[in-house]
Design a protein around this ligand. Structure first.
Ligand SMILES: [Zn+2]
Length: 202
């Protein structure tokens, strides 16, 4: 939770970091934050996330309506859905990493993870012995229909994130630190799972 200036700065820093990691290639993905007053700050589409400036961040009301004359990316609706579903969420990160995209095509509709200490990076997971289910949804260019599909499962997710097939990852947290920690955990788990299956990333 933060003010407008802090939000812009946090999104610029986050974009730079995630871009360098290769998780936001070719202008893909989007990053958002909820301000103290309930407005949302989100990256505009079509810009390199490694070189964001304040022009590349736009503000929306809590329903996702733009507060200037720019049109937000279609994927904004998925960010808004997460904020509306979870009142404690302060940050949503959507990435297109190679590991997450490959993994999204390995599983049909769920990815089960167990036995890994890094699971404790997620809230409410206190032991590596727990088995965690991550939902994998089919991608859909009709975002309204996609939000309806996701809505049926969103409250039942065991950790704060899901995969879109052939597309990427959505992950969220109470603040930027939590959201980035969980994103890093997802990426670690993804690379682990691919390596375990003999699918090594370059
Ligand atoms: Zn995307």
């Amino acid at each position: 939770m933060m003010n407008e200036r802090e939000a812009v700065s946090a999104l610029i820093d986050c974009g730079r970091q995630l871009y360098v990691n290769g998780w936001l290639p070719a202008t893909s993905g989007n990053l958002s934050l909820r301000l103290d007053d309930g407005r949302l700050a989100i990256t505009v589409s079509g810009c390199c996330k490694g070189q964001l400036d304040h022009h590349a961040i736009m503000f929306l009301n809590s329903s996702g309506r733009a507060l200037d004359d720019r049109r937000p990316s279609a994927e904004t609706a998925l960010h808004v859905q997460i904020y509306q579903c979870f009142s404690t969420v302060g940050v949503v990160l959507h990435t297109h990493s190679l590991a997450m995209t490959l993994l999204s095509e390995v599983f049909s509709n769920e990815w089960l993870i167990s036995g890994l200490e890094i699971l404790k990076a997620f809230p409410g997971i206190n032991s590596h012995e727990e088995t965690v289910r991550v939902a994998v949804f089919d991608n859909d260019q009709n975002i309204k229909r996609l939000t309806t599909t996701i809505a049926a499962d969103l409250l039942m997710l065991e950790i704060p994130g899901y995969l879109l097939r052939g597309h990427g990852l959505y992950v969220w947290g109470s603040d930027m630190v939590a959201a980035q920690r969980q994103l890093e955990a997802f990426e670690y788990l993804g690379r682990y799972e691919l390596a375990r299956r003999g699918m090594t990333l370059i």
